[in-house]
Design a protein around this ligand. Structure first.
Ligand SMILES: Cc1cc2nc3c(=O)[nH]c(=O)nc-3n(C[C@H](O)[C@H](O)[C@H](O)COP(=O)(O)O)c2cc1C
Length: 370
């Protein structure tokens, strides 16, 4: 049904317009009590065995919405209604900014992929913090807040920009993510080098602790799939050394591997970050590498090309406690999160593991023993 609707309606629309149209419908539905209750009853995770403890938080299930879909925190309940058990809002930057000129989002339907060069279009940390402060949640959802650098801020002042966002947003975040991996802000990914990352993460940690004294806000870093393997190891070691709570692997890629024959060359040549199916293999590889390095010392979040329950299960076996998706939601529609959670429950039941927690990293551990 959704696939037909997608073919007949969304596919003919500009992708960014389609996104806003779908978003409006989701927000509208979430405002109607009967509708949202019915939708959530049908779509939200209800399997006891999927209950997950991660980052010191209790969740109904491990699957959530990746950053970038709800940049300004306007549809958290709407996304929860659709069965995403955690919603990562943002990327929010210190100051508001319009992002890159349009067109900046492209659908590669035949490859089940997207290319985007949105460039952190968002209302900025002050406006988003005010919205989160005024929010009266309908559903009990975990809210992650993903922060990034304002484009106009010089790289030498990046830390201060992240600190500003942290001071404004940490109190409203169940967890906080330092995004240093989007390819569409010049220089951003250079912050992944440990000499830049160490002072940045230390400053954000201190700012979060200064601002929120009643609890410790979990802090994660989100990395790119384009890092060389040694750099993945270096980030993993740094995360452990700094007592970080988690690593999110991965953001979109600037590579174009696994693409090209099915989608029009003009589309493939668009600059920006590639997401969806072609990202699957590398994201999984980075995740397994991280788990092999850090084990259970920090929480890993697997994202990139997760299209269905099998993909999510593979991420869990590779080492992810939490799993996220974005691009496949565009192609699969409103039943995406439910399908992932249901399929995970079935896979767990058919597996030798008694709990999801037991399954986390099982495959990577097995490989290490071989
Ligand atoms: C249109 C679009 C916008 C995105 N914006 C952000 C963002 O603002 N911050 C971020 O950390 N990741 C952003 N991402 C990356 C996703 O969160 C995710 O890491 C990536 O798309 C891989 O997952 P997927 O293959 O399930 O889409 C964006 C992705 C897309 C497609």
């Amino acid at each position: 049904m959704y696939k037909l609707f997608f073919r007949l309606v969304f596919r003919r629309m500009d992708p960014e317009r389609a996104h806003h149209a779908a978003f409006r419908w989701i927000r509208l539905a979430a405002r109607v009590p009967v509708l949202r209750t019915l939708a959530a009853a049908a779509l939200a995770p209800r399997h006891k065995e999927l209950r997950t403890e991660a980052l010191g938080l209790r969740m109904h299930g491990p699957f959530g919405l990746a950053a970038g879909f709800d940049k300004n925190a306007v549809a958290i309940d709407g996304m929860a209604m659709l069965g995403f058990d955690h919603v990562e809002i943002g990327t929010v930057t210190g100051e508001p900014q319009p992002g890159n000129p349009k067109r900046r989002l492209f659908r590669l339907v035949a490859d089940r992929a997207l290319i985007n060069r949105m460039g952190f279009n968002n209302e900025g940390s002050a406006a988003v913090a005010a919205r989160l402060a005024a929010r009266r949640p309908v559903f009990r959802t975990t809210v992650g807040v993903n922060i990034g650098k304002t484009k106009a801020v010089p790289e030498a002042e990046a830390v201060a920009d992240y600190v500003k966002s942290t001071e404004r947003l940490a109190a409203h975040a169940d967890y906080l993510v330092v995004n240093v991996s989007s390819p569409n802000t010049p220089g951003l990914r250079d912050l992944q080098a440990t000499e830049s990352l160490r002072p940045l993460l230390t400053a954000v940690r201190e700012a979060a602790d200064r601002t929120v004294t009643v609890r410790r806000v979990p802090l994660l870093v989100k990395i790119a799939p384009d890092l060389a393997d040694e750099d993945v190891d270096a980030v993993a070691d740094l995360a452990v050394e700094l007592g970080l709570d988690g690593v999110i692997a991965t953001n979109t890629t600037i590579a174009r591997e696994g693409l090209g024959l099915r989608s029009a060359p003009g589309l493939v040549a668009e600059t920006g970050g590639l997401s969806g199916a072609p990202l699957k293999e590398r994201s999984l590889e980075v995740l397994s590498r991280l788990y092999a390095r850090v084990g259970d010392r920090i929480t890993l979040v697997g994202v990139g090309g997760v299209e269905n329950a099998e993909d999510a299960w593979q991420r869990i076996l590779a080492g992810a406690t939490l799993v996220q998706g974005y691009s496949a939601f565009v192609y699969e529609g409103p039943f995406y999160a439910r399908a992932v959670h249901r399929g995970l429950a079935a896979r767990l039941a058919a597996s030798p593991y008694a709990t999801l927690a037991e399954a986390v990293g099982a495959e990577t551990r097995k490989k290490a023993d071989r």
